[in-house]
Design a binder for this molecule. Structure first.
Ligand code: CTP
Length: 406
């Protein structure tokens, strides 16, 4: 578990309504709790037809509320529960419940809470795609957005009824991210951040390639945290096993040449560029069109340098803040300062790949953040998301020192 989380000591009121996706709400309670939140569940009567109260009680470790008159000692739960909450999340939200929310109907505990709540409200629809695409539903969701509620769009895919289309409840990890985004301070609002992540793959023949051990975790953490803090984010990613972060523009690429092209096309748009990708420095000089057959005992492969994307950005930059990465096995600070200068960066994040648990493939990292002005921060070994907070704090500081010119 991270030492720091946006959800630490936050109170989340989770409203569960009567959809087959109610079982996923159980997973959501676990995920929110795992990240440090205290979750109070309020179920509608029809939610109880899908999941038992005991499940939520056991997972949240708290009383589960089902109606306005549960407990005579607690006479006004519709006022007190939202008052104690930092955010109200309705997941899954049925078509009927969304209809009630849009029209101010308060005929049970949860709908009454929604009217009484003066806290951020997130609505996570789940229903059959025909229902979801009905004009009435579109109008209702539009109305909820006008009220200032955050709608966490459902996913498209196979539905419990056998149909296929939009209407699957968003994944618990997505809903969790949306909750964090609502609760996070928005100190990167208005910033346009381009992040690159992951390795690149340089093809040898149709089935083989040269690549490296980058998992993409550092870049994806940066993209998520930047979005959470209010930035508009474009993530250009080489091939990874990670799922696309919520709420950002995602540009998948494979080779260094493709990454180069994608980065250049977004460069003028960006105010901050963070190049966390481990771009292959060399690729096969020619790609063999047919699968290479074994033959001779030795085989040489001629390699050619790929474009140094960051160096080119350093030459082209006008107002952008440029952040580079350096993974080193010796002379960490010296090598990092050299790259900072040679590539005309504002900041470099260096890590010693010989430190156990740091860098490639791990969830954690330990870094040295060096600014062009000479400032140095040495982090302890932290979760990559915490490192992302540190890096973005430093980027903001550099921007503020520039007097907001960026
Ligand atoms: N980078 C890039 N394009 C490349 C290679 C690297 O944009 N073709 C970027 C990386 O995204 C990273 C930084 O440059 O931000 C890494 O610097 P680099 O000097 O390439 O480090 P190494 O690949 O480790 O190279 P060296 O062999 O010099 O240590």
């Amino acid at each position: 578990m991270m030492r720091f989380s946006t959800l630490s000591s936050k109170n989340i009121l989770l409203g569960v309504t009567g959809s087959i996706a109610a079982y996923k709400a159980a997973e959501l309670v676990r995920e929110l709790s795992r990240q440090g939140a205290a979750v109070t569940v309020v179920m509608t009567e029809s939610a109880g037809k899908f999941v038992g109260l005991t499940t939520f009680n056991a997972l949240s470790g708290r009383t589960v509320y089902t109606n306005l008159f549960n407990n005579p000692a607690e006479p006004a739960p519709h006022i007190n529960l939202p008052r104690q909450a930092d955010a109200v999340v309705i997941a899954p939200a049925t078509a009927n419940f969304i209809g009630k929310m849009a029209h101010g109907i308060a005929d049970d505990l949860l709908s009454t809470i929604v009217l009484a709540a003066q806290k951020p409200i997130l609505v996570c629809p789940a229903m059959n795609s025909a229902m979801y695409e009905h004009p009435a539903m579109k109008g209702n969701l539009e109305q909820l957005r006008k009220y200032g509620y955050q709608v966490v769009e459902p996913e498209t895919g196979p539905l419990a009824c056998g149909d296929e289309g939009p209407g699957r409840l968003a994944e618990p990890s997505t809903i969790c991210e949306a909750v964090k985004t609502v609760l996070e301070k928005k100190d990167l609002q208005g910033r346009k951040i381009l992040v690159t992540a992951g390795p690149t793959e340089e093809p040898i023949d149709p089935v083989r390639f040269i690549s490296n051990r980058s998992s993409g975790k550092m870049g994806y953490s940066l993209a998520r945290v930047a979005r959470r803090r209010g930035a508009e984010v474009v993530l250009i990613s080489g091939p990874t096993c990670l799922s696309k972060p919520w709420g950002i523009e995602f540009v998948p690429v494979r080779t260094a040449a493709e990454m180069h092209k994608a980065v250049m096309s977004y460069f003028d748009w960006a105010t901050i560029v963070i190049k966390a990708a481990a771009v292959a420095d060399y690729g096969p000089s020619t790609v063999i069109p047919q699968k290479l057959k074994k033959g001779t005992p030795d085989l040489s492969l001629k390699l050619t340098r790929t474009p140094d994307i960051l160096k080119e950005l350093g030459k082209r930059k006008k107002r952008q803040i440029l952040v580079g990465f350096a993974a080193e096995s010796k002379n960490l600070a010296v090598e990092a300062r050299r790259k900072l200068q040679e590539k005309n960066l504002d900041l470099i994040v260096a890590n010693d790949i010989t430190v156990p648990g740091a860098g490639f493939g791990f969830d954690t990292n330990q870094v040295k953040i060096i600014t062009a002005a000479g400032g140095v921060i040495d982090s302890p070994l932290l979760d990559k998301e915490e490192i992302a907070y540190l890096i973005l704090d430093k980027v903001l500081e550099v921007m503020q020192k520039r007097g907001g010119r960026s």
